[in-house]
Design a protein around this ligand. Structure first.
Ligand code: SAH
Ligand code: DHB
Ligand code: MG
Length: 224
């Protein structure tokens, strides 16, 4: 995409953050904590985080599953949307990320509302299934994109009718439309799309986005 459009996207995001006040001080502190710990700056932007918060609140979700914690920025918005009775189970591969995130949750005063499970997310998801964990109301998928088909499958298995599933980063600069892509992340996301199409329990759409993180998009599905 053109540099002009990228700059406009970033400038409009700066304007929207300011005019709508989407920044959350605790999410900002978590983001800084992640940066200080050397994590990549791939957390949700604040307008995007606010969207998660609104979707959770609108759907009345209180039991939330997140795949991919990083520093816990998106987790904080999910907890905000779920309110004081909300609980988030968040899955993270990297022990160090989990430690930074837990410190950020304590700092935000939401440590009691979040459970981090460390390890490969597929193993954690299979453990939740084996434990017969109660179904989740909202699932946010945002980890290694290669595994998106498995994450979608497990998310549906851990759902009830009405559960909302949100998958981040499904457009990736338009690369999702490349049929012959050899990029494992794109292959994973396209395979997840095909799974959704073949599953008549799911009603889904995907929306392209432009903002401070560039050109990307998200998928939203509802279990019927
Ligand atoms: N949701 C976060 C960003 C997550 S970045 C936010 O918006 O604030 C993706 C995270 O997924 C990274 O922390 C990475 O360590 C984690 N991850 C990568 N592969 C994983 C795997 N196989 N299982 C669990 N987590 C994984
Ligand atoms: C990447 C991952 C993300 O979850 C994201 O929101 C942006 C970028 C990445 O791996 O590059
Ligand atoms: Mg993401």
């Amino acid at each position: 995409m053109s540099e002009d459009l990228r700059h406009v996207g970033a400038a409009v995001d700066r304007y929207l953050v300011e005019v709508l006040g989407t920044d959350d001080p605790d999410a900002q502190a978590a983001s800084s904590g992640g940066a200080v710990a050397g994590m990549p700056a791939i957390e949700v932007s604040s307008p995007h985080g606010r969207l998660l918060e609104l979707l959770v609140a609108m759907s009345g979700a209180t039991r939330i599953l997140e795949i991919g914690t990083l520093a816990g920025v998106s987790t904080i918005y999910l907890v905000r949307g779920a309110g004081p009775d909300g609980r988030v189970v968040t899955l993270e591969l990297d022990q160090r990320h989990a430690e930074v995130a837990m410190a950020n949750f304590e700092h935000a005063g939401i440590g009691q509302q979040v459970e981090i499970r460390v390890g490969p997310a597929v193993a954690s998801l299979d453990a939740l299934l084996a434990e017969e964990a109660p179904p989740f109301d909202f699932v946010f998928i945002d980890a290694d994109k290669e595994s998106n088909p498995t994450y979608l499958d497990r998310a549906v298995a851990l759902s009830h009718p009405g559960t909302v599933i949100y998958v981040d980063n499904v457009v990736r600069d338009g690369k999702v439309a490349e049929e012959e892509s050899t990029n494992p992340q794109i292959i994973g996301t396209r395979a997840m799309m095909d799974l959704i199409t073949s599953d008549d329990r799911l009603s889904a759409t995907a929306i392209q986005t432009l903002g401070s993180k560039g050109y990307d998009g998200f998928l939203l599905a509802r279990v019927t």
